[in-house]
Design a protein around this ligand. Structure first.
Ligand SMILES: Cc1cc2nc3c(=O)[nH]c(=O)nc-3n(C[C@H](O)[C@H](O)[C@H](O)COP(=O)(O)O)c2cc1C
Length: 198
């Protein structure tokens, strides 16, 4: 039941803050454990994770704001600014990448599955994202999943001197929960899960 409760507890938290009671080291440890124990195709472990705290977290959202300012019309920028500032209000951000060198290596090594490795890498990356999201939630932290990938990837890799072969797949700002999201609607499970009993 503990696992089910952890799954249920995970939500998209947009109202987050910096009044986090657990240490950066503890958060890092939780992220590492979640990454380590998430499966990947052929045990390829191609997901790469960067955790940004403090001024690094601020810098990420400043970069995102600068990039958006160049592509969003000034008269429409206010809601964008509010949104980016809501992520920046958090305590840190987890960045998710896929190491294309690992994935390309597998394509070359196992040509039979060549077309699948890119898909599997994305699927495994999504699983890592979910593991981290649930694990942060279990520690009482709120997080959401963002995708400013193409817009910020080059600047992010330059800022933190990351491998050029890493492909950015998501950003997860997190922090203490200031207010909880409203209830969400669930589809009827009869329309989603089909069971054939003996
Ligand atoms: C693959 C994927 C992509 C998502 N992309 C975004 C996104 O770009 N921005 C965002 O605010 N939420 C994003 N979400 C969050 C969903 O909107 C959210 O999980 C969904 O509405 C259910 O709400 P909950 O997270 O509170 O359970 C994404 C979720 C998934 C699984």
């Amino acid at each position: 039941m503990e696992f089910m409760n952890a799954l249920k507890n995970r939500r998209s938290h947009y109202d987050i803050g910096r009044a986090v009671k657990i240490s950066e080291d503890k958060i890092t440890e939780i992220v590492k454990e979640a990454v380590k124990h998430t499966p990947s195709a052929f045990n390829s472990q191609s997901a790469r994770i960067v955790v940004l705290f403090g001024k690094h977290h601020d810098r990420l959202w400043d970069i995102t704001m600068e990039k958006l300012r160049k592509v969003v019309a000034p008269e429409k920028f206010e809601p964008t600014e509010v949104k980016i500032n809501s992520f920046k209000a958090g305590f840190g951000t987890v960045l998710f990448f896929d190491d294309s060198t690992t994935t390309d290596g597998l394509k070359a090594k196992f040509p039979l599955y060549s077309e699948n490795f890119g898909i599997w890498a994305q699927q495994a990356n999504g699983m890592v994202q979910h593991s981290v999201w649930v694990a942060l939630g279990q520690e009482g932290l709120g997080a959401s999943l963002q995708h400013y990938n193409e817009l910020i990837e080059d600047a992010v890799k330059q800022e933190w001197t990351l491998d050029k072969g890493w492909k950015l797949s998501a950003q997860m700002p997190f922090g203490n929960i200031v207010s909880h999201p409203g209830d969400k609607e669930f589809m009827d499970l009869e329309e989603r899960v089909f069971v054939f009993e003996k």
